[in-house]
Design a protein around this ligand. Structure first.
Ligand SMILES: Cc1ncc(C[n+]2csc(CCOP(=O)(O)OP(=O)(O)O)c2C)c(N)n1
Length: 581
């Protein structure tokens, strides 16, 4: 007769799980031992369970399939939380096995006692305690189905003694439903949507991550409506490429004419976006389409809320939408977009080829050029978000993932670990801040241990740069943001990872090429400008406030990478228009 731990492993195999990330220990041992004896299921030892949860999150994000992590009772559990929040906010299917103290000790303030079924409630759809052998395999299947079906985290809390017990129920067969149905909008909603689109003179489309898989449908709609298309950071990778209607990104890191296009149109159509910064929205004449009805209207009042998948809704409404002939609004916005990019392209990129310390933007633009067409970029929270948003060019095959909703530091390296294990043959690049890398530095050892050919590009500015900028914007002197220089290349080498430290811009290209071509793990330690721009050393508070605002504008609106080329080429679509020089 199988044990409960073995049953759990069998159910994971039936669900197609290939690996479990975690750190072994006491209450988890019977589960790990069952993995040891199971073909096709691997235990991936990480150095911190937090990284295991991030790795599972990345795997689930990229594949859409269930990914699993595990933590032993007490501290092993609590370490998981950060990565689970990240996965849950992103709505990706992750199952966490949280092993627990012996059943008879629960409630006695036993060694390492926590209450995992309370602890994980906020970062999961489903979090239940398995206290009897007879609850298996049913609860495992329910947990998996919640993660896949609702999109997010499930946590199964199992005391070690229960994992050891003999199973009382047969495991049986049963694969979870992993392909979700399509949310098709009601006919009446489609009709109302068509009426709104037809009666508005000008319409702007604003796209979030929900436009994934609907590129052609969005282009078809924009073509009929002569609409500019803007996007959020999460929408960028799905909609910016091959897009003759592109007018840029909204939000604090935004660029181009997106803000104006969304504010000046007679109607704003939000497509699959839960863009949280409502101060960037016009709060009028807005229609929203989303497959999750609970998101409708939560950022802005709506004239019409449509419940449906973006693709299915657009395919339903397109035959009812009349072709608009006036493209003057679109053309104005395309021109304005190109001008906006043209105006800032130089702002922070002067002398970049010779400037020491290295301008991070220069390095990011070379990375974009050299990276594979189907590379996966994992991006640390901090200034790396800015560099990725501006310089990494999406093409429909590349992926760019980060902690874009939970916004935690240190996500990039563990995300890269999960990405590389899910796609062993694909180029995976971690764009790491030195603060982020330092926070989960032990994961370099995970990369080395499993010989994962991850490329870690560290933007090493010896500073918590994003926070430094935030302080400046608030008129505060920067405090406790800068720290002594660390040679991450030396640390990586000591861990057995091929590494190079680059201090001069002339060495960037060769250094990156070398790392990207290296067959195993590689780290490029780019010593970048600690002041995203140079800040005078002694200035007063008021001067600081004024200077900081101006400075922030330069950093956050400067630098546009290949987007200027795209914007210029889109101008060629304007009939009879003179190109911007
Ligand atoms: C776990 C966590 N702690 C603190 C923060 C606040 N925070 C956001 S960005 C950042 C600095 C990141 O520094 P670094 O990784 O060096 O990147 P840089 O911005 O310098 O490029 C901090 C402290 C956070 N988002 N997450």
């Amino acid at each position: 007769m199988a044990t409960v731990g073995e049953q759990l492993v069998q159910v994971l195999r039936q669900a197609g799980v290939a690996r479990v990330y975690g750190v072994v220990g006491d209450s988890l041992n019977p589960f790990v031992d069952a993995i040891r004896r199971t073909e096709g299921l691997e235990w991936i030892h990480v150095r911190n369970e937090e990284a295991g949860a991030f790795a599972a999150a990345a795997e689930a994000q990229l594949t859409g399939r269930l990914a699993v992590c595990a933590g032993s009772c007490g501290p092993g559990n609590t370490h998981l939380i950060q990565g689970l929040y990240d996965a849950h906010r992103d709505g990706v299917p992750v199952l966490a096995i949280a092993s627990h103290i012996p059943t008879e000790q629960i409630g006695t303030s036993f060694f390492q006692e926590t209450h995992p079924e309370r602890l994980f409630v906020e970062c999961s759809h489903y979090c239940e305690l398995v206290s009897q052998a007879s609850q298996m395999p049913r609860l495992a299947r329910i947990a998996i189905q919640h993660a896949l079906g609702r999109g997010g985290v499930s946590v199964l809390v199992v005391p070690g003694d229960v994992l050891y017990r003999a199973a009382e129920r047969p495991t049986g067969d049963g694969a979870p439903v992993s392909v979700k149905g399509t949310v098709v909008p009601a006919d009446d909603q489609v009709r109302q949507l068509a009426e709104r689109l037809n009666s508005a003179r000008t319409v702007t489309l604003f796209c979030g991550a929900g436009v994934r898989g609907a590129h052609d449908d969005v282009m078809a709609l924009a073509g009929k409506l002569q609409s500019p298309i803007g996007h959020s950071l999460r929408g960028k990778e799905w909609i910016q490429y091959d897009n003759p209607y592109e007018v840029g990104m909204s939000g604090l890191l935004g660029y181009g004419a997106c803000y104006d296009a969304t504010h000046q149109a007679d109607l704003l159509l939000l497509l699959g976006t839960d863009f949280p910064y409502d101060s960037f929205l016009p709060h009028r004449h807005t229609v929203q389409i989303d497959h999750d009805a609970s998101r409708l209207g939560r950022r802005t009042p709506l004239d019409l809320a449509v419940h449906g998948d973006v693709g299915a809704t657009l395919r339903a409404v397109l035959p009812l939408v009349k072709q608009k002939s006036d493209r003057s609004f679109l053309d104005d916005m395309l021109r304005q977009h190109a001008r906006a990019l043209e105006g800032v392209v130089d702002a922070y990129t002067r002398d970049i080829g010779s400037h020491v310390p290295i301008h991070p933007e220069y390095a990011a633009s070379i990375l974009d050029e050299l990276a594979a067409d189907d590379a996966v970029f994992t991006v640390d929270t901090g200034m790396c978000n800015v560099w990725a948003a501006r310089y990494i060019t999406p093409n429909g095959r590349r992926r760019v993932i980060g902690s874009f909703l939970h916004g935690t530091m240190a996500n990039a390296l563990p995300h890269a670990i999960g990405a590389q294990l899910a796609y062993p043959g694909r180029q995976v690049i971690s764009m790491s801040g030195d603060g982020g890398l330092g926070m989960l530095l032990g994961e370099l050892l995970t990369v080395a241990l499993h010989r994962l050919p991850v490329k870690i590009v560290t933007f090493n500015n010896s500073s918590l740069g994003m926070v430094k900028l935030e302080m400046l914007v608030s008129g505060l002197p920067d405090f406790e943001t800068d720290h002594a220089s660390v040679d991450y290349a030396a640390i990586a080498k000591a861990a057995g990872i091929h590494a190079v430290r680059i201090e001069h811009p002339k060495d960037i290209r060769a250094g990156l090429e070398d790392a990207l071509n290296h067959p195993g793990p590689a780290l490029v330690d780019l010593v970048t400008d600690p002041n995203a721009l140079s800040i005078p050393p002694h200035i007063t508070g008021t001067q600081m406030a004024g200077f900081a605002l101006a400075a922030t504008k330069v950093v956050l609106s400067g630098g546009v990478g290949k987007m200027l080329e795209m914007a210029r080429s889109n101008l060629r679509n304007i009939p009879g228009a003179a190109l911007l020089r």
